[in-house]
Design a protein around this ligand. Sequence first.
Ligand code: NDP
Ligand code: TDO
Length: 305
Amino acid sequence: MQKILITGANGLLGQKLIEALKDREDLSLIASGKGDSRLPDTWSDQFIWESMDITDPLAIEQVMSNHLPDYIIHTAAMTQVDDCENNKEACWESNVTAVAHLVKSCEMHDVHLIHLSTDFIFDGENGPYDEEAVPNPVNYYGESKLAAEEIIMKSSCKWAIVRTVLVYGLASDLSRSNIILWVKDSLESGKNINVVTDQWRTPTLAEDLAQGCILIMDQSAQGIFNISGKDYLTPYDMALQTAEYFGLDKTLISKADSSNFSQPAERPLNTGFIIEKAKSELGYSPKSFMDGIGILSKQLKLADS
Ligand SMILES: NC(=O)C1=CN([C@@H]2O[C@H](COP(=O)(O)OP(=O)(O)OC[C@H]3O[C@@H](n4cnc5c(N)ncnc54)[C@H](OP(=O)(O)O)[C@@H]3O)[C@@H](O)[C@H]2O)C=CC1
Ligand SMILES: Cc1cn([C@H]2C[C@H](O)[C@@H](COP(=O)(O)OP(=O)(O)O[C@H]3O[C@@H](C)C(=O)[C@@H](O)[C@H]3O)O2)c(=O)[nH]c1=O
């Protein structure tokens, strides 16, 4: 029986991974997060919960040596890009130093590390990017995620780096929102929103990302894999499609561009990924953005019922 340890299990991807893996009888699942589990109570007998702060090397070593997992899927990170810009020390500790601790433990216990990374390692000058593109981050979050990749690539453990883009989906009690929920909530409350037309992304349904990670695990794949959605869209297009799907007032959505819409951390303009490697080597097959909204909409109806 293979043992899988998931970090950041209370997060969006973490919850989708647990949901997708919890019924598998060939696996034993260890979910971990900062503090207590916020996963649905109905799942609680399908995994072991470990409270593990990834910035605490002793906690990591204790969990790793107790369970001796075959794979660790490392989703935990400081993901609020503007917070990373404003609190660089905390960002480095969570996104880089913690990865160094995990790598050391993976080397010691012969664990295959599957690590989550981002399109924000690129400058957005010439996206969409393939796995060979040269990184050049424009914000501190991107710098931290790139530094983590470099530590992993130099390590002697088995590793896969999963790069992804603008993840959206529904899960319980999240500490971070995402584009569809943000647009839907804003329009439903009659709020005007300014949405950029000069950034391009391949937005990723959280369930697709979880499937990509699982394909990598099941095939013991190593190396870098781009795992994102397949549609190349601006956030403005995404907002319009969200409004259209939910029958909301599109006139509340105004066009903005990066020169008149400023956030504390600069965002790269054109990122997005070429996903041919994941399709041909792993059999990865993501949904369209419209199908993704449909899936999320069904989940919202279920959650409300
Ligand atoms: N979301 C996106 O658009 C993208 C995400 N990624 C990467 O994918 C990964 C998963 O992202 P996603 O699930 O969306 O992010 P979330 O923010 O939803 O989840 C991250 C999880 O990490 C946990 N966490 C943060 N710090 C610690 C810590 N010190 N110890 C233990 N757990 C911690 C958070 O805990 P808590 O819930 O308690 O705050 C949260 O549950 C991340 O590595 C991110 O960098 C890459 C590209 C795009
Ligand atoms: C809040 C806001 C965002 N946007 C745009 C900018 C951006 O491209 C998109 C999403 O903005 P956010 O600030 O919510 O998300 P952002 O922090 O840009 O999302 C990033 O998160 C990290 C974790 C990643 O790794 C990246 O892949 C990326 O998806 O929407 C607007 O146009 N208007 C707005 O008012």
